[in-house]
Design a protein around this ligand. Structure first.
Ligand code: ZN
Length: 235
């Protein structure tokens, strides 16, 4: 086989490895971003639930004030009961006391309900906090792993790029330029094998005359359909 073509095929093998590593480098941060987004969503949910808790806490303070008023009213009625003189006054004070007691009963019920609601919300906040904590831990592990992996990929890629430079220096510049163009257009494939008269890059049948020229190995040829540099593998 044409030595120049052999060199080009070697170069492409190196280039394919480099492209594969570049793709891996691009994919790794995507997983990190995905995990980060999940945490942001959970934090948003927690903030929303927590704001409900603040609202309840305000209501609780208001209720506490009303409860105190009802208790004061009950106490006032009790002390006035001791100094009333007539039956009429007695009934009026008694009635006041009953109203205050009833009010206190209602407020106690409301307060109990409020406390139950708060507990339910607090439980939800705790659940979300726990989930956030787990996911943050996972993210930390993923990040450490990713950094290690990226470092190792960068090392491998650096080695390959050094090799590539040497290999590229051995290829005729004009051919190199042709290869480079198709390599970029076909995302990492610039030179392909022809098997059974078919281009293995685009699967089009190579015209017989051109196929014979490729077989003859005189010059470098390109597929008329996809422009990839073509060669025939020798058995
Ligand atoms: Zn082709």
């Amino acid at each position: 086989m044409d030595t120049m073509l052999e060199r080009l095929i070697n170069l492409q093998k190196t280039d394919e490895k480099i492209v594969a590593l570049q793709r891996e480098e691009e994919t790794i941060p995507l997983e990190l971003t995905k995990q980060e987004k999940e945490i942001v969503i959970l934090e948003g949910q927690r903030d929303e639930v927590t704001s409900g808790l603040d609202e309840l806490s305000k209501k609780e303070t208001e209720l506490e004030i009303q409860l105190q008023e009802a208790r004061d009213q009950m106490r006032r009625s009790q002390s006035r009961m001791l100094i009333v003189k007539t039956q009429r006054e007695h009934r009026a004070v008694q009635r006041e006391g009953e109203i205050a007691r009833k009010r206190r009963g209602e407020l106690d019920g409301e307060m109990k309900e409020l406390v139950e609601q708060s507990l339910g919300i607090q439980e939800k906040v705790d659940e979300l906090d726990q989930e956030i904590q787990i996911k943050t831990g996972d993210l930390k592990k993923t990040r450490a792993k990713a950094n290690k992996k990226l470092k190792s990929i960068a090392g491998d890629r650096g080695e390959l790029e050094k090799n590539r430079e040497v290999e590229a220096g051995l290829v005729d510049p004009e051919l190199m330029e042709r290869y480079q163009k198709v390599f970029i257009r076909h995302r990492g494939q610039g030179v392909v094998n022809v098997t059974g008269g078919v281009c293995s890059g685009c699967f089009m049948t190579i015209p017989p005359q051109l196929y014979n020229q490729v077989l003859a190995q005189g010059n470098v040829h390109q597929c008329p359909n996809c422009s990839r540099i073509i060669y025939v593998e020798e058995n």
